[in-house]
Design a binder for this molecule. Structure first.
Ligand code: HEC
Ligand code: HEC
Ligand code: HEC
Ligand code: HEC
Ligand code: HEC
Ligand code: HEC
Length: 432
């Protein structure tokens, strides 16, 4: 029951003096009926709200997926802070109706609904007409457990788990160190050789040599004769050919690779503000990630859920948001420049990776929530896909689809089942 705290004064009595106790008890007795009425009232009001951890967990997921874009438990965002909301609204049933269709409740002339509607700048809350009563109650269960915890525990830092998606192969700094080392060794060798030659010459000059041999010993090696020698010409040709070959190969490999691509967008939309500072869930805007191949870019009416109230931004004033409003009012899409783009021959599906495999967006897209302008974080090459399929375990927990496969796999191999073991390297999985 939620009303334990109301009896706290009675417990404190034990450590006061006897005569005090008497007066405390008599005043407590006087208030008992009142306490009783309050308890019953709040019990009846909150009785429907479940308290079991399963409901709280389910409510948390629903809240984060649907409500977090506009509500926090302890702070006001687009909508009011929801802490203790079940105590201030007319009834829990009222919340059910309001969440399912707030404009209907407001239009019915409901006094409380009209009051908060006006207080919040007449912002329309999204209608969740498909929600079942239990779902709304579980959201309230989550809100209640957060309310009871108090504001401190609820601030969880934004997760930034970035896997090594970017760098591949030998880092170029290593290559440079190796190259410089080799050049130094070569120069040392040349110096030693020079000493050897002059030593040998000195020895030979003291000897009695034939005319022919003397010619050879005294002949000067000139720059001209050196560059004309066949050995030199061979070495130079070889080095030039090797460098040219490497440049061509590198060029071929980077055809179509656009890592770091960060074009200027028609509206200064910042993920750092929306996904970072205001912690709006990626799925609120990129609605396709759990269901299908494409993540989807939100249309202006999703932006307008908030921007029919928020008309000016800290960094850009009114100009940029006005563009969004204009696009919405003229029913014209905003022409975002596409950043990530695989060639048509490759097939990539978001829900397979996000929903089934449980891979975080940041693993492939980097710390998007820190970017004012989105840039392509990963290579997006075939090698990048394959590399991850070799290294990553399949997320089989709680997925009955994999039970049989895991069993078969464990009979033959000791290592955990990787994506490659379920066919993640087969050409036809990624190529049409
Ligand atoms: C698009 C923004 C938005 C979303 C999404 C949203 N709300 Fe709201 N909510 C509001 C606004 C704004 C108000 C204030 C009333 C109004 O303007 O209609 C509000 C009011 C409320 C109230 C009454 C608050 C009070 O202080 O009395 C409850 C309860 C509520 N919302 C629950 C929810 C739940 C549960 C969800 C998710 C299922 C949700 N809201 C999603 C914007 C939103
Ligand atoms: C408020 C809505 C909104 C939220 C929340 C949001 N995004 Fe976006 N996202 C957009 C818009 C609009 C674009 C297109 C403009 C741009 O590229 O900046 C976009 C673009 C992107 C792109 C590049 C798409 C391309 O063209 O290749 C990626 C990747 C992305 N978002 C990932 C994320 C991730 C990850 C999160 C959560 C951390 C997130 N987004 C949260 C609205 C949103
Ligand atoms: C869930 C609420 C919400 C949604 C949805 C939303 N925004 Fe915002 N937006 C905000 C908040 C909050 C701010 C910060 C306002 C401020 O700076 O005080 C903001 C700021 C902005 C700014 C101004 C930034 C600045 O600092 O000048 C632009 C531009 C913007 N949003 C565009 C968009 C676009 C485009 C979309 C749709 C793809 C979108 N927003 C969707 C809540 C939202
Ligand atoms: C396993 C890697 C991976 C993960 C995880 C991932 N993405 Fe993507 N994302 C990609 C690739 C690859 C593309 C390019 C797809 C194409 O061109 O067909 C892409 C494209 C996008 C785009 C551009 C539009 C589109 O639909 O192609 C957006 C937006 C986006 N991702 C958002 C997200 C969000 C939000 C998440 C997390 C919920 C996420 N991505 C998780 C790899 C990933
Ligand atoms: C961060 C790691 C990661 C990256 C990067 C990645 N994948 Fe995956 N991929 C996975 C995981 C994990 C699964 C297993 C999902 C499951 O359980 O079905 C998977 C599964 C798949 C499947 C289904 C395989 C099957 O046998 O059912 C395809 C197709 C696929 N990925 C394509 C791609 C493509 C194309 C790319 C590159 C553009 C890519 N993936 C990049 C982790 C990754
Ligand atoms: C995990 C997904 C995946 C698998 C498995 C896969 N590929 Fe690819 N492949 C890709 C992606 C993504 C690209 C596009 C890379 C790019 O644009 O740089 C690609 C590109 C290619 C290209 C180059 C086309 C071009 O335009 O450069 C060829 C050829 C190719 N794949 C053949 C194969 C063959 C043969 C197999 C089987 C042995 C295979 N692929 C398996 C994802 C995959």
């Amino acid at each position: 029951m939620s009303s334990d705290s109301r009896f706290v004064p009675l417990v404190e009595i034990t450590d006061t003096k006897p005569n005090m106790i008497k007066s405390h008890i008599s005043s407590a007795v006087k208030f008992l009926p009142l306490i009783f009425i309050f308890t019953i009232a709040s019990f009846v009001a909150n009785a429907q709200i479940p308290t079991d951890p399963a409901a709280v967990a389910a409510g948390k997921a629903l809240f984060e997926g649907n409500c977090k874009a506009c509500h926090r438990v302890h702070t006001k965002l687009v909508g009011p802070a929801l802490a203790g909301v079940y105590d201030r609204v007319p009834s829990v049933d009222w919340i059910k109706n309001f969440v399912k269709n707030s404009s209907k409740v407001i239009a019915s002339g409901d006094e409380y609904a009209n009051k908060i509607y006006n207080e919040n700048g007449k912002t329309q809350m999204t209608a969740f007409s498909s929600f079942k009563d239990e779902q709304i109650l579980s959201i309230l269960a989550y809100v209640k457990s957060e309310t009871d915890k108090g504001p401190e525990q609820t601030t969880t830092p934004v997760k930034t788990q970035v896997a090594p998606g970017g760098e591949q192969g030998v880092p170029s700094s290593y290559l440079n160190v190796i190259l410089i080392g080799m050049v130094i060794i070569l120069i040392l060798l040349l110096i030693v050789l020079g000493f050897l030659i002059s030593a040998v010459k000195r020895v030979l000059e003291q000897k009695d040599l034939s005319e022919e041999d003397k010619d050879v010993v005294e002949s000067k090696v000139t720059f001209g004769s050196f560059t004309r020698s066949s050995g030199f010409i061979f070495v130079v040709t070889f080095v030039v050919a090797a460098l040219g070959f490497k440049a061509v190969i590198n060029g071929l490999f980077s055809v179509g690779v656009q890592q770091g691509y960060a074009p200027k967008q028609p509206v200064w939309f910042s993920h750092k503000i929306h996904a970072g500072q205001y912690e709006i869930d990626c799925k609120y805007c990129h609605t396709g990630v759990m269901k299908g191949k494409n993540a989807n870019i939100p249309s202006p009416n999703i932006c307008m859920n908030c921007h029919n109230q928020i008309k000016s931004g800290t960094n850009t004033g009114e100009g940029e948001i006005a563009k969004v409003v204009a696009a919405y009012e003229n029913n014209k899409p905003i022409e975002w420049v596409r950043i990530h783009n695989l060639p048509d021959l490759a097939y990539f599906n978001h829900s397979q990776h996000v929903n089934v495999a449980g891979v975080e967006c940041q693993t492939c897209h980097g710390p998007i929530q820190e970017m004012d302008v989105v840039r392509q974080h990963s290579l997006l090459t075939m090698g990048w896909c394959i590399d991850c399929h070799r290294k990553t375990d399949v997320n089989t927990k709680g997925n009955a689809y994999y039970d049989k496969l895991v069993e078969l796999h464990n009979q033959s191999k000791k290592t955990p089942m990787k994506v490659e073991d379920i066919g993640g390297l087969e050409c036809s999985k990624c190529h049409y």
